[in-house]
Design a protein around this ligand. Sequence first.
Ligand code: HEM
Ligand code: HEM
Length: 185
Amino acid sequence: MNTQAAPSARYSRGAVILHWLIAVLIVLNFVFAFMAEDKPREEALAIMANHKAIGILILLFTVLRVVWRLTHRPPAPLADLKPWELALSRVVHFLLYLFMLAVPLGGWATHSAWSGGQPVNLFGLIDWPGLPFAASKTLGETFGEMHEVGAFSMAALVVLHIAGALKHRIVDRNPDTLRRISIGA
Ligand code: HEM
Ligand code: HEM
């Protein structure tokens, strides 16, 4: 039985759109986190309000994406992948999903612990509830550390992920890997 994907096999449109939407939002959220660092307090708070709202969007889109992934079959792996490449890509994809959920959850917990369970306002439109924590500096700092370490671990995974994609494109000269997740045809 031939279990290899035809070269044209690609991720479903929903998976592709969610992949790129979430990727852009994650990059944006790192930019906001760093921009807030050396700003005066008022400005930093305004930037962090956007960071939090975008982070919650990432959480929601990722939940949608995981549901989509579980209900839509991904294309079969490309025929030219070596077994170790396939195994590594599966582990990295799994860990990426894990961090795409854990990092915003950690941010939400950080916000909730610092603020004593205050809601997160999403772009002045609606309130996303806070987690039911009493205000605590210790807990805020602990969750803050976890959130930060998680975010940087996720960034390292993304670098590995992009390096893998580019290796297939440039070293192996195989355009199919990128084509499978590209927005165009
Ligand atoms: C924050 C940035 C990114 C995140 C979090 C991310 C995450 C993911 C995840 C979780 C998958 C697995 C899809 C699945 O099978 O369910 C995936 C697939 C893929 N991503 Fe990304 N990605 C990011 C950026 C990029 C970039 C910049 C590129 C291109 C240079 C890229 C290229 C790909 C490719 C080619 C696949 C399909 C791999 C395959 O066919 O097995 N990704 N991505
Ligand atoms: C994928 C989504 C997210 C990413 C990549 C991300 C990334 C980061 C990074 C890199 C920092 C550290 C900045 C520094 O070095 O000072 C940070 C801090 C922070 N983030 Fe996020 N974040 C995300 C989601 C969220 C969410 C959803 C919330 C809250 C609802 C949030 C709230 C915070 C807070 C309060 C801090 C300051 C932590 C502290 O120092 O106590 N983040 N985030």
